[in-house]
Design a protein around this ligand. Structure first.
Ligand code: ARG
Length: 575
């Protein structure tokens, strides 16, 4: 279409073709004549007819017509379509174009805090981030997934304070102690998980306790030996536990960055901000103005140091950007963090640009996700209203899937393995199929259903293809060119959907949108099942047809496999 517009003297960009929104009339449409009409001061229908004339003789087109006021309707012949799909099957990644200039991208998508168990709130960033990472990698970008664990600041201060109350004689609290500290931590991971919520609650009701803990952080930040040693224990004990939990979820960080890693970049960063006149003292605190003239909403200054000299969440995030620029020089940094932090990130991003921590062209992006809620639209809780551990949520959904498989003819062991895969798919698909920014309801029944827009339905469809292929025994060589036969509506529908794969990936990459992948896989599954029900694939007598159908199913299966890999879940061989 681009060529046709150019041949008629119009700009190539008008030759954009999209999937038709009237599939009853045609498969594709081009609205370029409508847009070009303004620039060239001609009636759209005139332009459309010129373009049609330029397309005369193209055998690939079964329908090519202009309709008032100037749309161009297009359909391709089923032979062309089939040839196209068969060719896709021979291409690496089905012909998805690789990035011409691969970018280095850091994705910050963990954000769990040490000394606190992973709770359901940590699922969304882990799941969305993992998927965005894999989508970008699919087109050749160099992506670094960073856990960015919270191991600095308030929680640590609270734990130190509470430990001091409980075990005041520990050597870590003796300021005069100069010897080595014990190798064994003075707590277990479950003790640690109990201490933090207790201390957090206590501090809200007791000012002196809160003050004590504030002092502890400050002393930790200033490098007090005993506190540093305690902090290292806290780190080691809970890191191990966090790694186990992320691993269970299938989240694979490339680096286990921590807030504390950035602390060493703070002094120079602050000195630069002061020397260059960006940071100034306001009411005792060090701040950078980030207001812009065009702002319509309140934009408070970005605070770098509190009046007592303590650093903040902001300071750490800015220093982490310094660290990332130094180590990786990324083209983009993407943060997968709760959308309630969007004002915060706007301040940080502006501050980083203004103070030249990043280059003018470095992209800083916040993907602010919504809340996963219970059916009452409130954040998801346990039955007694407590915060639910992520491991508990995973166990529940796996158990649910497992119960549906009770009557299957398989060993218990196999059922367990399959339930784990399907359960994780249910959970992840349930999350990723929504636009990230939206809140959604955690609906165990719906998510685990083997029908409808769910992860298990996608897997079920893959298993169906696998079982058809298995029934066939040795598979014929892939068909290389379209056979000469009449294709039914279901077959054409499946071919059209497969043909859209590269376009879908391009959009998912551009919009950093895993839900586009989900939507596509759902449509592909519907098309595969429609095709399956309309045809007797295994028993088809016509060799040409049978061979082509098998090839198409194999291509669909391979696309599913790449698709679910982008969503970070796996398919069993049966279920
Ligand atoms: N640890 C933080 C929290 O629990 C989330 C960190 C998100 N990432 C970041 N770079 N600020 O709220």
């Amino acid at each position: 279409m681009g060529d046709a517009f150019v041949a008629c003297g119009y700009e190539r960009r008008y030759g954009v073709v999209s999937v038709s929104n009237r599939p009853d009339l045609c498969q594709y449409q081009c609205n370029g004549a409508m847009a070009a009409a303004k620039q060239y001061h001609k009636a759209p229908i005139v332009i459309a007819n010129e373009v049609l004339a330029a397309l005369e003789g193209r055998e690939m087109l079964a329908i090519c017509e202009a309709v008032a006021p100037g749309f161009i309707n297009l359909s391709v012949t089923t032979e062309f379509l089939a040839d196209y799909v068969l060719a896709m099957g021979r291409e690496e990644r089905f012909g998805v174009e690789q990035a011409e200039n691969p970018q280095t991208v850091v994705i910050d998508y963990g954000g769990a805090n040490v000394a606190k168990p992973l709770h359901v709130g940590h699922m969304r960033p882990a799941v969305i981030g993992e998927s965005v990472k894999r989508i970008l990698r699919y087109v050749g970008h160099k992506v670094i997934g960073d856990a960015h664990l919270g191991d600095w600041g308030t929680p640590i201060g609270l734990i130190i304070t509470e430990l001091k109350v409980r075990q005041p004689d520990l050597v870590y609290f003796d300021p005069d102690y100069t010897g080595e500290y014990p190798k064994e931590p003075p707590f277990t991971v479950s003790e640690l998980e109990e201490i933090y919520p207790y201390a957090s609650k206590w501090s809200k009701e007791h000012d002196d306790y809160r003050e004590e803990s504030r002092k502890a952080i400050l002393e930790l930040q200033q490098g007090r030996r005993g506190y540093m040693a305690l902090w290292e224990h806290i780190m080691r004990v809970s890191m191990e536990d966090l790694k186990k939990n992320y691993d269970n979820l299938g989240t694979e960080f490339d680096i286990w960055g921590k807030e504390s890693d950035a602390q060493k970049y703070i002094p120079d960063m602050i000195r630069d901000m002061k020397e260059n006149g960006y940071a100034y003292i306001s009411e005792g605190a060090l701040v950078v103005d980030v207001k812009e003239e065009t702002d319509t909403k309140e934009m408070p200054p970005c605070m770098i140091l509190k009046s007592d000299g303590a650093t903040l969440y902001n300071t750490t995030d800015l220093a982490t950007i310094v660290e990332r620029m130094t180590k990786y020089d990324p083209d983009r940094i993407i943060y997968i963090v709760d959308k309630r932090q969007s004002l915060y990130f706007e301040q940080i991003f502006r501050c980083a640009k203004k103070t030249k921590i990043v280059k003018p062209e470095t992209e800083l992006i916040h993907i602010g996700f919504g809340t996963m809620t219970g059916k009452d639209s409130k954040p998801f809780k346990t039955r007694d209203g407590g915060v639910m551990k992520l491991s508990m949520l995973i166990d529940q959904i796996v158990e649910k899937v497992r119960s549906k498989m009770a009557d299957r003819d398989m060993s218990d062991e196999e059922k367990d393995t399959i339930a784990k895969k399907v359960g994780l798919a249910a959970l992840k698909y349930g999350d990723l199929s929504n636009q990230a920014t939206k809140d959604y309801i955690f609906d165990m029944e719906r998510f685990t259903s083997f029908e409808g827009n769910t992860g298990p339905y996608i897997l079920y469809t893959m298993v169906r293809i696998k079982s058809i292929l298995a029934k066939l025994g040795e598979l014929p060589e892939a068909a290389v060119s379209a056979g000469d036969y009449e294709r039914g509506a279901e077959e054409t529908g499946l071919l059209l959907t497969i043909a859209r794969f590269a376009d879908m990936v391009e959009k998912a990459v551009a919009e950093l949108a895993p839900h586009k992948v989900c939507q596509y896989l759902y449509e592909l599954a519907d098309n595969v099942n429609g095709f399956y029900h309309a045809n007797k694939i295994v028993g088809e007598a016509d060799e040409t047809k049978r061979r082509e159908w098998i090839t198409i199913l194999r291509i669909a299966l391979a696309i599913f496999a790449d698709g679910i890999a982008m969503l970070a879940f796996e398919a069993p061989d049966r279920m």
